[in-house]
Design a protein around this ligand. Structure first.
Ligand SMILES: [Zn+2]
Ligand SMILES: [Zn+2]
Length: 344
């Protein structure tokens, strides 16, 4: 099979690999769509804590089951979306439904092979809750957005985004956009997105109800301060590593406010964060989110396939596997939103 392999930092190559075999108790998937994540771009450029080389990247996958060694509900020919985690299923985190915190988790596209390939072997563990059957007629390219949407569900659960909240989203790329759509679904009263790139600002204004502030402009900073107002916001979600997570950001929170460190902060961007007195007196919460649980992934598939989250506009580039370079450059140039590698 053909697969795009990251051999070392910066070296992504399309190679021929032996076809994977269907694992015992598992399944073999023919990849139909795999979306490029900001983390894929980061891994190619600078590596990642959870990455081991050489690696087939890609963790936002949809495919068709072509072989099954299991009598579970799925069958050959079924279209399915895959939660990229391979968790033990037995530890305390797994038992409590937070399988993304499993200490022995492996993640497809990070420390085992992922979806920028023609075929993917799904181990037995994946078939217990990690593979989501898609309804008839579902669009694979759209369903590939389920994993990043699930990560946003995780972030908003951590930050307890709820009805009537005023939410500030720092960064209006695909993740910031999905946070805005989810906050709408949670009936947030006001959603503010701070973004610098004109193409993304236009898309957000057209497709979300958020107030989009152009922070690249000098006047944008004033507008942002006005929109936040003296009362502050209930929730801050960081959706770019560029945001400086510090005391000034913390000061934008209203009493009872919650901040979720969603995007992995760049080095030097998270010092002097914690003002303990302010956390005490204003009852603030600081949380983090990394990845998503299989339950959140299932929920995201439902939201997308039932049309409760309308995200098709987020797909601004489609390529086939041979065009993976193009897909990566579309993501890293940040002119549009999401690129998806699909089988055509
Ligand atoms: Zn991702
Ligand atoms: Zn576990």
């Amino acid at each position: 099979m053909k697969a795009a392999i990251l051999k070392s930092p910066g070296v992504l190559e399309l190679c021929d690999l032996p076809d994977p075999l269907c694992p015992k108790g598992g399944a073999l998937l023919e990849i139909k769509a795999c979306a490029v994540c900001g983390t894929d771009v980061k891994m190619r450029e600078q590596g990642h804590r959870d990455l081991a080389y050489p690696r087939v990247l890609g963790h936002e996958m949809v495919g068709m089951i072509v072989e099954m060694d299991s009598d579970r509900a799925l069958a050959e020919g079924d279209l399915a979306q895959v939660w990229p985690g391979i968790a033990c299923g037995k530890c305390r985190s797994c038992q409590r439904g937070a399988d993304n915190r499993c200490p022995s988790i492996r993640i497809m596209g990070f420390n085992c092979d992922g979806g920028f390939a023609q075929l993917l072997a799904l181990p037995e563990q994946s078939l217990s809750g990690g593979v989501n059957l898609l309804p008839h007629g579902a669009e694979p390219v759209l369903a590939a957005l389920a994993e990043p949407l699930a990560c946003c569900i995780n972030g908003q659960e951590q930050a307890r985004v709820s009805e009537g909240d005023c939410v500030l989203i720092c960064g209006g790329g695909p993740i910031g956009a999905m946070h805005a759509l989810l906050a709408e679904l949670h009936r947030a009263e006001k959603i503010i997105v701070a973004e610098r790139l004109p193409g993304r600002i236009r898309l957000l204004e057209r497709h979300t109800s958020a107030i989009v502030v152009n922070t690249a402009e000098e006047s944008g900073k004033k507008v942002l301060a006005e929109e936040i107002g003296k009362a502050g916001v209930d929730v801050i979600l960081t959706a770019t590593p560029e945001v400086r997570v510090d005391n000034d950001l913390q000061k934008l929170l209203s009493p009872g406010g919650r901040i979720c460190i969603f995007s992995g902060p760049a080095a030097g961007n998270y010092e002097e964060l914690i003002n303990l007195r302010s956390i005490h007196y204003h009852e603030l919460t600081i949380s983090g989110a990394y990845g998503c649980s299989s339950r959140q992934n299932r929920q995201a598939v439902e939201l997308l396939t039932r049309g409760m989250i309308k995200a098709d506009w987020l797909i601004t580039k489609r390529t086939n596997l041979a065009g993976i370079e193009e897909a990566f450059s579309h993501s890293s140039q940040r002119t549009g939103m999401k690129s998806v590698v699909c089988r055509n």
